[in-house]
Structures are given as C-alpha cells and as structure tokens.
Design a binder for this molecule. Structure first.
Ligand code: AMP
Ligand code: MG
Length: 426
C-alpha cells in the first residue's frame, strides 16, 4: 500500500507533449542486409541510389522493324519506303548486323535496337513481301528519329536516388530494387518489443471462464499491433497484481527487448502495481517521462526510460490499451525504424452522428470514416468506452473530440486520425 497517495497526485501532460517526450528517447535500430525475398514492409536504412541506368541499352518499345529514320522520313501509303530485312532480334538477343541505308532488322518488344538503326516502326505500319528470295518491307508511314526507341537512362539515370532512408518497402519499391540488382536490401532491424501483462483476473485464451476472471486479450492485440508496425514480439507472460518485485521484473524483461509495454496496473486502484512503479521511478532506476496524459481513454498512460529503453504503462482496459498503443507506442516503434512522420496522420472530416459526452480532456474515440463525393465523413462507433473492445475491429480511425466541449453534433467538422486498418472486408 505504499505510495498510495502519490498515485492520485499526477501531473497530466498534453498528448503532444507526451509524444514529444517519447521522441527524445528514440534510439534508431541497427541496420542489416536482408534478401529482397523477405523485405516487404521493412524500412530502408540508407538512401539507395541506382548503380546502373535503365534501360541500360537502346530498347525497342514494340514489335516491329528497326530502321534508319532518314530512309523513311517521308514514307506514305502511296510512296512507301522499301527496305531489305537483314536479320531478326528476339528479346534477350543482340544482332551482329548493322542497319545500313536501305535495310531493316526485325525486332521484338524489349529487343536491343541494332547498330545503325535510330527508330522502330510497328509491324502494323509495314507490309512484308519477298523479292529475289529475300524478305523486304514497305514502310507506309513516315518515321521520326528516335520513335519507339527507349534510350539508356530514359527511365533511371546512373546515380539517381531511388529511395531515402525511412522508406517503407512495398511492391513498387521491390520491383525497383529487383530491376536494379538489389538482391540484398539494407533495412532497419525489427525492434524487439516486450509485452508484459499485469492482472490477477487474467486467464489464458484456452482456459474455461471462471467467475471474476477474464481472458487476456491485450497480449494478443498488442502483439498484433507490434507486428503491424514492424516490431518483433517478446512475450513475458502475466504477473499477478500483488507482485512485490515489479521493478526487477521490468529490468529483467528489458534485458531481452528494445522497448517494453506493460498492460494494466497503472490506474489508482489498490492493486495497481505499475502506478506504484512509475510513482517511485527513481527508486526503480527509471526516469519518469509522464504518468498521466490529458486524454480519454487511458489518462493513466505512463512512460519511463530505463537504461535508454522506453517502458510504457498502458491501461488494461482494452479500448484504452489500443488507443495508448496507437498514440504513443506506434510512433516510437516506427521512429526506431527510421520513420520521419511516425504519428498518426490527421484529416478533417464531417461527423455524421452526435457524440454528446463532454470531457475536460481530449477524447479519442473509435470511428469509421468513408469517402464519398469528395468529402470524408466519419461515424462514431457504439460501445466506445475504454473498457470495451467490440468496436475496435470496425474502427478505421480515431476521432478527436476536443476537450471542454459538450461533445460534437452531427455535421460538425472534426479531426480524425487514420488507422492503418482500413480494409476489413475485401
Ligand atoms: P487495469 O488497467 O489493470 O486497472 O485494468 C482495467 C481493466 O482492464 C481490468 O479490470 C480488466 O477488465 C481489463 N483488463 C486488464 N488487463 C487485460 C488484458 N490483458 N486483457 C483484457 N482485458 C484486460
Ligand atoms: Mg489490473
């Protein structure tokens, strides 16, 4: 029961100030080279520039004939240019012949345009015929210098920057890296994020329900959020609420991870071990960043630094735990992986339903936003309280209900933070 009174004396910091305090303690993850096969959604750790140009040879843009444009610069259906076909080049090959005046070489899309030729005429603008046992074509449309020929470097120049450090790798980046020969890609290591539960009421997912007990859903939800943002999960199980040695449990966990999230026990209840831990941060070898945030849900959300590693105390209430992760842990995790804008991005939207619950603090409620007629509309979900989780699966955003207000009415403009969970139905 020590520190009982201190639990109530907490100075609430603004959400932005709490995020700023966390930002000061980000240590970027080290780099590693990994196979291009497994780099999807990882983050590039150094600026990558092209060591080659693309295309790296003069490339035909279509199936046709490589010609000298001067041979057919005034060709027309009435006065076609007649050219002798001296070779053909399938894609992947090069011709040993040179296109000299009066000749053409048959090429395919992607073929190397032979020496001497400066343009490609599509098959459809030619007519093939034979004369004295040789193949000829009539070019029936005038040909311009360079037509249908991609020059070396047309798409990418040698030395051109491809992507900066902090770029998240998607299919487009993978295509670019593959085409330029990046078999190994430098990326930030995935930070290891520890997950520790507190709560004597928690039982494992596979156990039958018992009176007073609930299933531990936060461990799974947090693990999914960590993975969603590129972290690796280290599970440290559940400790009961009467744990006497929370400090040493946390120190031991931090030996095995880069950052730790503790769920539950940060509130003002009699058994809130994490509140005691943060209240006595110094004695626990920790530097307290904050132990109260001016927000709902999750006002007891806390953070500290131990041996340069962040420790988060999130509310055990699932709704608050979810929001606390998105507002405070997500930015830390992304910034460790080089993100320049790790905070949830906000947009303005029109709220479609009333939300009448006023609050002295900013409130982040779960909502569904939709785009139609160039307007973003948002609906506050039912069952939005901090203790409830049933609205989390449907939420694709957090709606900010500003402090001090009496809530918001339908039709009002609100700030909305997009979550990356938009697609729940294909
Ligand atoms: P606490 O933050 O420890 O005061 O927990 C608040 C409430 O959140 C508890 O009474 C539980 O109902 C719920 N809760 C705590 N931990 C978990 C968890 N791991 N999974 C799901 N619900 C939890
Ligand atoms: Mg608890």
């Amino acid at each position: 029961m020590k520190n009982r009174s201190q639990k109530y004396v907490r100075r609430a910091v603004k959400v932005e100030d709490a995020q700023h305090a966390i930002r000061q303690h980000i240590r970027q993850a080290n780099s590693e080279y990994i196979s291009i096969d497994s780099c999807l959604h990882r983050t590039v750790s150094e600026t990558l520039s092209s060591l080659e140009c693309m295309p790296h040879f003069r490339r035909s843009g279509l199936d046709g004939y490589a010609v000298r444009s001067e041979d057919a610069e005034s060709a027309s259906p009435q006065d076609p240019a007649c050219l002798k076909v001296i070779d053909e080049v399938p894609a992947g090959s090069v011709s040993s012949q040179t296109v000299v005046p009066g000749t053409a070489i048959r090429v395919m899309t992607g073929s190397a345009v032979p020496e001497g030729a400066d343009a490609v005429v599509m098959f459809e603008q030619t007519e093939e015929y034979q004369q004295d046992g040789h193949d000829f074509i009539r070019v029936k449309h005038k040909v311009a210098y360079g037509q249908n020929v991609a020059k070396p470097g047309d798409e990418i120049k040698t030395g051109q920057p491809l992507m900066g450090a902090g770029t998240r790798i998607g299919p487009g980046q993978i295509a670019l890296l593959a085409s330029l020969g990046y078999e190994k890609v430098p990326v930030y290591r995935r930070p290891i994020v520890g997950v520790l539960m507190t709560g004597s009421e928690l039982i494992a997912v596979g156990e039958p329900l018992q009176p007073g007990k609930i299933r531990n859903s936060n461990a799974y939800m947090l693990a999914a959020q960590i993975e969603q943002y590129g972290g690796l999960v280290a599970g440290f199980g559940t400790v009961p609420d009467d744990t006497a040695n929370m400090g040493s449990t946390i120190h031991a966990a931090l030996e095995k991870c880069d950052m730790l999230i503790v769920s539950g026990g940060v509130s003002v209840g009699d058994y809130d071990v994490m509140a005691d831990f943060f209240a006595a941060a110094n004695e626990n070898g920790a530097e307290l960043l904050f132990n109260k945030v001016a927000m709902r849900p999750g006002s007891p959300t806390s953070a500290a630094v131990i041996n340069k590693k962040l420790v988060f105390g999130l509310s055990g209430n699932p709704g608050a735990c979810f929001v606390g992760f998105e507002l405070f842990v997500r930015p830390a995790l992304l910034a460790m992986q080089g993100a320049e804008r790790p905070l949830l991005s906000s947009i303005q939207a029109i709220i479609a339903n009333d939300y009448n619950k006023g609050c002295p603090h900013d409130r982040y409620i779960r909502g569904v936003m939709t785009y139609s007629q160039q307007q973003v509309t948002v609906n506050a979900l039912e069952k939005n309280s901090s203790s409830m989780l049933v609205s989390i699966p449907d939420a694709n955003c957090l709606i900010l209900i500003p402090s001090g207000s009496k809530g918001v009415s339908a039709g009002q403009i609100v700030t909305v933070f997009a979550l990356p969970y938009e697609i729940t139905k294909w």
